[in-house]
Design a binder for this molecule. Structure first.
Ligand SMILES: Cc1ncc(COP(=O)(O)O)c(C=O)c1O
Length: 393
């Protein structure tokens, strides 16, 4: 009955296939590699509590009030500083704060996409991104990816065929694959975008979470001479995702359109969240926090890679996860979705990879996060996973 009232866009909504799995994994007996969220132990809770108390008491007219749609001016300035640190030439006026970088994706999709417009996405890609694009009735076309990121020949071929309006890419430690796109490929992506005249969304929530010394995470946006790149970032992975604080950096005219879309979406992002993040930055605590978070995950990542090497060498391959929260494993010939229940019954959870592929491929892949569990449980979980897949095809 309700169906006939739904908009065309709402008929194209897709529930997140992985949120459904996430429900499975709150049982402490299950070792979970399935979640996609930061570990709460990394949240600087005491500092946040202290700052929250202070901003509520001392700055209520800002922290508890509506604020500018662009965001708290000093926070925009800090964000611009962060982006300049990544090589992007920008100032506070080039920044729009968003309610997490998820809202950035939604505002971009709302502003740029008409039904039937084509968005190119990596194979695999982040489901929150595809949800935003499907939610605008876009058509999604997959571009191949290997361990160096987007496969340039594939991008050139798909772009020539599909005439896209947008490419959505996560070059730094991608969700779900954990891969880092090589810098040369980033240049090639920009060239192809210019040749076929499409815009690029560069989604970069994981760039600061790196665990090796030689990873070059410099964003494409730093070399974006034609203002084709819409850059988004987030405090979620380095500070706290509950403080819904992300941003967009884009060319002035585009940013104004995103700002107007945001006026309709939520007037402004939460001012209490912004005030807390702003004060955290003003105290100069962010660099030390990032160092702490990297150290926290570095050991877990090493433990997981070690355990995978011990149990899966010769029958599977996985990405090195030089940063971010995930490694992505391929078990050739397997159908990873078919053994989720058996796996949970044996006390270990993972996310089957197929939902991350818009072309229906990826059945033999799975996403594993090392963020949640202790080293001991990571080792035990990988051993259990190996038992599930010991009789793999
Ligand atoms: C690639 C990617 N983009 C965007 C987001 C959204 O993050 P947030 O809205 O918390 O900034 C996530 C969250 O997991 C992500 O993995």
């Amino acid at each position: 009955m309700i169906e006939r009232f739904l908009s065309v866009d709402a008929r194209n909504f897709r529930p997140s296939a992985i949120r459904a799995f996430a429900k499975l994994i709150n049982d402490p007996n299950i070792i979970s590699f399935a979640g996609g969220v930061p570990n709460p132990e990394t949240f600087p809770a005491e500092a946040i509590a202290e700052i929250a108390g202070r901003v509520v008491r001392e700055r209520r007219a800002v922290a508890l009030q509506y604020g500018p749609t662009r965001g708290l001016p000093r926070l925009c300035d800090f964000i611009a500083q962060i982006c300049r640190g990544r090589g992007i030439a920008c100032g506070a006026d080039d920044v729009l704060t968003t309610t997490g970088s998820q809202q950035a994706l939604d505002l971009i999709a709302h502003t740029l996409l008409d039904p039937g417009d084509v968005v190119l996405v990596e194979l695999p890609t982040y489901i929150g991104g595809t949800s935003s694009f499907f939610g605008r009735s876009a058509r999604l076309a997959g571009v191949a990816q290997d361990d160096g990121g987007i496969v340039i020949d594939s991008l050139a071929e798909v772009a020539a065929r599909e005439k896209p309006k947008l490419l959505y890419t996560i070059p730094n430690f991608q969700n779900p694959s954990g891969r880092l796109m090589a810098q040369g490929r980033r240049d090639a992506v920009l060239e192809i975008a210019a040749r076929h005249d499409f815009l690029v969304i560069e989604d970069d929530p994981y760039g600061e979470l790196l665990y090796v010394d030689d990873a070059d995470t410099t964003p494409m946006k730093s070399r974006d001479r034609e203002s084709r790149v819409i850059y988004s970032g987030s405090f979620s992975k380095v500070l706290s995702p509950g403080l819904r604080c992300g941003w967009i950096v884009a060319a002035g005219a585009l940013l104004e359109c995103f700002e107007i879309a945001k006026q309709a979406a939520d007037l402004c992002s939460g001012m209490l969240d912004q005030s807390i993040v702003d004060e955290f930055c003003a105290r100069g605590e962010l660099p030390a926090q990032i160092t702490k978070v990297r150290a926290f995950y570095r050991g877990k990542r090493a433990t997981m890679l070690d355990a995978l090497a011990q149990h899966f060498t010769g029958r599977a391959h996985w990405t090195p996860a030089d940063g971010g929260l995930f490694t992505f494993m391929t078990i050739p010939g397997a159908d990873t979705a078919s053994r989720v229940s058996e796996s949970v019954a044996k006390g270990v959870a993972y996310i089957p990879g197929a939902p991350f592929f818009v072309d229906g491929s990826g059945a033999d892949t799975m996403r594993l996060t090392f963020a949640k569990e202790s080293d001991e449980r990571i080792r035990e979980g990988v051993a259990r996973l190996a038992a599930v897949w010991s009789a793999a095809a």
